[in-house]
Design a protein around this ligand. Structure first.
Ligand code: S6P
Ligand code: ZN
Length: 187
C-alpha cells in the first residue's frame, strides 16, 4: 500500500459551461495578462479564458485534469486563444476532449514544425510529448474542452512568450485561416 492512499471521487462537469463541482481551482486569464501574445495589442480588457482544475497531487503517478472555457472574440483579426505552452517536463502527453464550441488546436515542436487540428464537440485530440499546444476559439460561442495530463507535466510558458508559434489563426473575412506568424522567433 502507498503511504498516502487517495480516495476515489467523482467531479460533476457541465459540458456547456465547463463548470466543475465541487471545489475546482479556478484561474482566470484576461487580455491584460496576455500582452505580447497577439499581433496587435488588445485595445480593451476582457476575460479571455478560465481554467478549472481538479485537485490531485502533481506527481507522475496521477492524472491532472481541467476544463478550459475560452471566450469568443478577436484581437484585430486574430481569434481569442490561450497563451500556449510546452510542458516543463517535455515528454509529458495530454488529451483534449472538446465539449462545446468550435476551435483549432495549434501545436508546434521546438524545431518549428506546426500542426493544427479541428476542435469540435466529441473530438478527443492527442497531444504527444514535445508538442507545445494552444487552443483558439474560431466560433461565436465559448469553446469548452476537458484536458487530461500527467501530474508532473508542469508548464513552460516562457518559450512561447518569447518566440510565439510558427502559425497564427486569423479571420480572413470569410472565416478562420491558419497563416504564418510574421513575428515567429523575431520579437
Ligand atoms: C494543461 C492544459 C490546459 C491549459 C489551458 C490554458 O497542460 O494544456 O489545461 O493549461 O487550456 O492554456 P494555457 O496555455 O494558458 O495554460
Ligand atoms: Zn498542456
Amino acid at each position: 500500500m502507498p503511504e498516502e492512499l487517495l480516495q476515489p471521487f467523482t467531479v460533476q462537469l457541465d459540458f456547456t459551461s465547463g463548470l466543475l463541482a465541487p471545489d475546482p481551482v479556478v484561474l482566470d486569464r484576461r487580455l491584460s495578462d496576455m500582452q505580447g501574445y497577439f499581433l496587435e495589442e488588445p485595445a480593451a480588457d476582457a476575460l479571455a479564458y478560465s481554467v478549472h482544475e481538479i485537485h490531485v497531487p502533481k506527481t507522475s503517478n496521477n492524472l491532472l485534469s481541467s476544463t478550459t472555457v475560452l471566450a469568443p472574440g478577436k484581437v484585430g483579426n486574430e481569434f481569442f486563444m490561450t497563451k500556449g505552452h510546452f510542458h516543463a517536463v517535455r515528454d509529458r502527453a495530454e488529451i483534449y476532449l472538446t465539449l462545446s464550441g468550435q476551435g483549432l488546436l495549434v501545436m508546434a515542436t521546438e524545431d518549428g514544425t506546426a500542426k493544427t487540428l479541428d476542435m469540435t464537440p466529441g473530438g478527443a485530440s492527442y497531444v504527444p510529448g514535445h508538442w507545445a499546444h494552444r487552443s483558439v476559439n474560431t466560433g461565436d460561442e465559448p469553446l469548452v474542452f476537458y484536458a487530461v495530463y500527467i501530474g508532473d507535466a508542469g508548464y513552460d510558458y516562457a518559450t512561447i512568450a518569447d518566440e510565439g508559434f510558427p502559425v497564427v489563426v486569423v479571420d480572413n473575412g470569410q472565416g478562420p485561416e491558419v497563416v504564418e506568424n510574421p513575428r515567429y522567433r523575431r520579437s
